[in-house]
Design a protein around this ligand. Structure first.
Ligand SMILES: C[S@@+](CC[C@H](N)C(=O)[O-])C[C@H]1O[C@@H](n2cnc3c(N)ncnc32)[C@H](O)[C@@H]1O
Length: 218
């Protein structure tokens, strides 16, 4: 068994700590976009693979070409590339950084794309549309706020799933600490969704632990 460990690339730490201002966060991704895929390889960043493993657990192989998936905070399209390799074909992407989205479009894996934020106000994404909304590595300072969760539920069809994979440590940032899980629990008490998975993974990026959660929308 390999004992090799990987550090978190400095650009990734910078992006999740740079600012509380979402527009400054996006400017940081714009600067990083051209080298993002070289910086984050399948060796040091397993978030996309973990998320797609969770989706394949939820969606049987026979349904994979029929389900509609929205990749939120899709970046350069790493999650879509993993999805298509496992038989998913109807993949849309939402990403507020144009420079990242341009690279994503060049993958030719995504059908519709939305150049917009989630959780910060108006949205052009229709309601009750997706069988799976997937979010990977989009939590941190100035990233998707708690309100983004309500939006993910709105975009998902009843019976569909929201799957989110993130660094575990980001739950401690003020945007989420004592807010995110209580809000998610409140939505569960209100009958909006039901928890399916909540688990810690030993690695998400570099040597940092990941959190995988999935909820079924009711
Ligand atoms: C670390 S990247 C992850 C990209 C991709 N999911 C991946 O795993 O490679 C975080 C992404 O979240 C996006 N992002 C940040 N705030 C967002 C928001 N409020 N709504 C949607 N996306 C957001 C950024 O533009 C960036 O592309």
């Amino acid at each position: 068994m390999s004992t090799k460990t990987f550090q978190v690339p400095s650009q990734a730490n910078h992006a999740v700590n740079v600012s509380d201002d979402p527009h400054r966060v996006i400017a940081t991704y714009a600067e990083w976009a051209n080298t993002y895929d070289q910086t984050l390889s399948p060796e040091n960043y397993v978030g996309p693979r973990l998320s797609v493993e969770e989706v394949t657990r939820l969606i049987p192989e026979s349904r994979r070409s029929q389900v509609r998936i929205l990749d939120v905070g899709a970046g350069t399209g790493k999650v879509g590339i993993e999805l298509i390799q496992r038989g998913f074909t109807q993949i849309d992407g939402l990403e507020p950084c144009k420079e990242m989205l341009d690279i994503l479009k060049a993958t030719k894996v995504y059908q519709n794309t939305y150049l917009e934020f989630i959780g910060l106000g108006s949205s052009t994404v229709p309601s009750d549309t997706y069988d799976v909304v997937i979010v990977v590595g989009c939590m941190g300072k100035g990233h998707i706020p708690v309100e983004g969760i309500d939006e993910m539920i709105r975009m998902t069809k009843p019976g569909g799933y929201v799957v989110n994979v993130t660094r575990e440590e980001v739950l401690q940032v003020p945007l989420y600490k004592d807010k995110l899980k209580p809000h998610m629990d409140k939505l569960e008490r209100e009958g909006k969704w039901k928890q399916d998975t909540w688990k810690i993974c030993p690695k998400f990026i570099g040597d940092r632990r990941g959190l995988v959660f999935s909820y079924r929308v009711l």
